[in-house]
Design a protein around this ligand. Structure first.
Ligand code: SF4
Length: 359
C-alpha cells in the first residue's frame, strides 16, 4: 500500500491547494463496507487536501432510471450518513451532482471524443449487465458512465481521486479521456492521479464482499436489535461445529469484524479463547454485536440529529453545491475558450451588438 505522503501529483502546489474528488451513488444507506472501504479515508484526507465529496444522483440513474422515486430521499439520507461519519462541511465541499449542471455540460463535450471501444472495454461494464440482469442496462447512459465519471473529476480540475489498489484500473479510462481532450484542445486539465489509500475489505455476513446488492450488509444506521439479529447470521469458521472444537480466527469471517471494531485487548482475548475452545461462536456473535452497537452509537446519534433538522442539512448541501458550482463554472470558461466556443467573448469583440440573449 502506498504511503499518502510519498505521492505528489502537483509538487508546485501545497497539498492544501490540491483537489481531491470522490463521490458516492445514493442508492441506499451507507454500510460498514462503504465506511471502512472509502469514507473513513475521505475523513482523514480532509486534514491535508481540498476535498470535494458529492452525492452522485445522476450516476444512480444509470441503473435506477426506471424508478426514480427514491433517488431524492436516498440523496438526503446519504448526505446525512456522510456528515455523521465525519465529512465536515466546514473543511470539505459536500454537494449534490445534479445541483452543479456543469457536470452535464462537460459530460456532453467529452462524449463527443470518447471512442465507443474504450467504453465497451471497461471490465465492469459487461459484468454489471450480467449481475443486474433484472434491469435493462443496454442504455446510452450506462455505457457512457465512465465519461460522466471523468466529467465529475475534470470539472473541479481534481489532482487526486482516492481509490483502493483494486480500483486503479477504473480511473485509467478517465486519465485516457483527459489526455485525449488535452491533445485536441490544449492542456486544460491536470491528469487525475489515483490516491492510493489504505482501505479495509469488509466481508458481508455471508463472507462475500459486503454489498447492498448481495443483501449481506450491516448499515451504519442499523438499530441495536437489527445488529444483534444480523450478527447471529454471520458465517464463522466452517470447520468449527461444536464449542469443544478449537476455532481458527484467521479464517473466520466474524473475526474480520473484531479486527475492524474491537480493542486490541478484546481481539487478543477472543483469538486466544477461540483457539483454546473456551469461547463458543454464539457467545462471540453476541459479544461482537454489543461492540458494533457501541461503535455505531455516536454515528447514529449524529445522523438522527441531522435528519431531525432537514433545513440545516439542506442549507449545508445548497451552500456546498454553490461553492462547487463556482469552481465548475471557472472550468467551463476555460473549456469553452480552449474549444473556441466562447461565444460571449466573440460577441463582446463585436461590441456586444448582436441581438442574442446572453447573460
Ligand atoms: S469463536 Fe469467534 S472467532 Fe472463533 S470461530 Fe467462532 S466466531 Fe470465529
Amino acid at each position: 500500500m502506498s504511503d499518502l505522503s510519498s505521492q505528489d501529483a502537483r509538487p508546485d502546489l501545497p497539498a492544501d491547494r490540491q483537489v481531491v474528488l470522490s463521490g458516492v451513488r445514493p442508492t441506499g444507506r451507507l454500510h460498514l463496507g462503504n465506511y471502512f472501504g472509502a469514507v473513513k479515508n475521505w475523513v482523514e484526507l480532509q486534514d491535508r487536501y481540498r476535498c470535494h465529496y458529492f452525492l452522485a444522483d445522476w450516476h444512480a440513474l444509470t441503473t435506477d432510471y426506471a424508478d426514480t422515486s427514491q433517488v431524492g430521499n436516498n440523496t438526503l439520507e446519504c448526505a446525512a450518513d456522510l456528515i455523521a461519519a465525519g465529512i465536515d462541511p466546514e473543511r470539505s465541499v459536500i454537494f449534490i451532482q445534479s445541483m452543479v449542471p456543469e457536470h452535464a455540460e462537460l459530460h456532453l463535450l467529452l462524449s463527443m471524443l470518447v471512442p465507443l471501444g474504450w467504453l465497451e472495454r471497461v471490465p465492469t461494464y459487461k459484468d454489471q449487465i450480467k449481475q443486474l440482469e433484472n434491469k435493462d442496462l443496454e442504455t446510452y447512459g450506462f455505457l457512457g458512465y465512465p465519461a460522466l465519471q471523468t466529467a465529475d473529476i475534470l470539472i473541479y480540475r481534481a489532482n487526486w481521486v482516492p481509490v483502493g489498489e483494486d480500483q486503479v484500473a477504473h480511473l485509467e479510462i478517465s486519465r485516457e479521456i483527459t489526455r485525449r481532450f488535452n491533445a485536441y484542445y490544449g492542456a486544460v486539465f491536470p491528469e487525475p492521479q489515483p490516491l492510493l489509500t489504505p482501505s479495509s475489505k469488509v466481508p458481508g455476513l455471508d463472507g462475500r464482499k459486503m454489498s447492498k446488492s448481495y443483501g449481506n450488509a450491516i448499515n451504519l444506521t442499523e438499530s441495536p436489535d437489527e445488529i444483534r439479529r444480523k450478527c447471529m447470521t454471520m458465517f464463522t469458521d466452517p470447520q468449527r461445529l461444536r464449542k469443544s472444537d478449537p476455532g481458527r480466527p484467521d479464517v473466520c469471517n466474524l473475526f474480520r469484524f473484531h479486527e475492524l471494531v474491537s480493542t486490541p485487548e478484546l481481539r487478543e482475548r477472543v483469538d486466544r479463547e477461540c483457539r483454546g475452545a473456551i469461547i463458543g461462536c454464539v457467545q462471540d456473535k453476541k459479544l461482537l454485536a454489543e461492540v458494533l452497537i457501541d461503535h455505531l452509537a455516536p454515528f447514529r446519534a449524529r445522523r438522527d440529529e441531522l435528519l431531525h433538522d432537514p433545513d440545516t442539512l439542506w442549507d449545508i448541501l445548497v451552500a456546498g453545491s454553490k461553492q462547487a458550482r463556482e469552481r465548475a463554472a471557472e472550468t467551463m470558461e476555460q473549456v469553452r475558450a480552449a474549444m473556441k466556443m466562447d461565444y460571449r467573448k466573440q460577441i463582446e469583440s463585436f461590441g456586444g451588438g448582436l441581438a442574442v440573449g446572453v447573460n
